[in-house]
Design a protein around this ligand. Structure first.
Ligand SMILES: [Fe+2]
Length: 311
């Protein structure tokens, strides 16, 4: 069965996917992702080969017992070894033989979000990405106040202080109703994002923000959020170690697990991408101006400005 993909969300047309620091992680997908969409369609048409990509379960960047005693090996074996693995296996079953087969994980997420009318693969694809991002957001003996100087400046500007940020993040994580995620992100001001529900410019543009998302939803689908840090607030994340006491889990995550080195690095990449996109926008604007001036020239020659002619 071929799934309909809205033309506005094709991966090649998305500014997010071509520029986002978290986009197109080819390591998470096998060889088929190296082919272009055109090549894949061509090969399918000819019936020369079955193009099938298999996502793999990516291990956390540390041993399963490395976050003890805060997050136990038992939790990692259950959370990563069972839940995360199931998302990967279900995703592979769902996309085989569809138009999503052969796309990168990020492309599957954006396409299957389908402007909020979710295609079947969305939840599993997003959960695979979310968990990869979550494991990489932590490290043994993490936590504390270690944002880079640049990041701390923006945190002070947008949250008043580091404590202000931590409080807002904790409150969001505690008040996310049911299962979901909380994200610390850099929000750009893109207005031409086809997949966004409401890409309107707001006072929150070009700022650091804390956002909550239900179930598997993540900020990639809007294309103009650059996630820097996330916490999984599904109960399976804290059931074993904290007996479902979510506030205790959130506090320990912030105090003892967050990898600020990773957050700092994601922030630097996000800023670089946004600056590159701004330069590209400026280049396009100038080109458009030049084209407009060139197009206008013959008309001016025929109907010269009377004031200028009188001088
Ligand atoms: Fe989880």
């Amino acid at each position: 069965m071929l799934l309909p993909l809205p033309s506005t969300t094709t991966p090649t047309s998305s500014p997010f996917l071509s520029h986002h620091p978290n986009g197109l992680k080819s390591s998470s997908i096998s060889g088929a992702s190296k082919l272009s969409n055109k090549e894949r369609r061509f090969i399918r048409k000819l019936g020369l080969a079955k193009i099938s990509a298999t996502f793999e379960l990516k291990p956390p960047p540390y041993p399963l017992n490395a976050l003890e005693p805060i997050m136990s090996q038992e939790t990692l074996e259950y959370h990563w070894g069972k839940h995360h693995r199931t998302y990967v296996e279900n995703l592979n079953k769902q996309i085989v033989g569809t138009d999503l087969d052969g796309l990168s994980l990020e492309e599957v997420i954006v396409n299957s979000y389908n402007r909020g009318d979710l295609l079947p693969a969305f939840n599993n694809a997003a959960q695979v990405w979310n968990h990869d991002f979550f494991w990489e957001s932590m490290k043994p003996r993490g936590g504390g106040e270690k944002p880079s100087e640049d990041l701390l400046k923006l945190i002070d500007r947008d949250f008043g202080s580091f404590e202000g940020f931590v409080n807002e993040f904790k409150t969001a994580a505690q008040t996310q109703f049911g299962s979901g995620w909380v994200w610390f992100a850099y929000k750009d001001s893109r207005l031409d994002v086809g997949n966004a529900v409401n890409p309107l410019r707001s006072d929150e543009d070009k700022k650091l923000v804390v956002v909550k998302s239900p179930n598997a939803v993540n900020p990639l689908i809007w294309g103009y959020y650059y996630p820097l840090l996330t916490i999984d607030v599904w109960e399976h994340a804290y059931y074993i170690d904290f007996q479902s006491r979510r506030p205790d889990y959130i506090s320990m995550f912030m105090d003892k697990l967050v990898s600020w080195e990773v957050v700092n690095s994601r922030f630097e990449k996000a800023k670089a991408v946004v600056e590159q996109m701004e330069r590209e926008d400026e280049r396009k604007r100038k080109l458009e101006e030049q084209r407009f001036t060139t197009d206008e020239a013959p008309a001016n020659a025929i109907f010269p400005d009377t004031d200028a002619a009188a001088e």
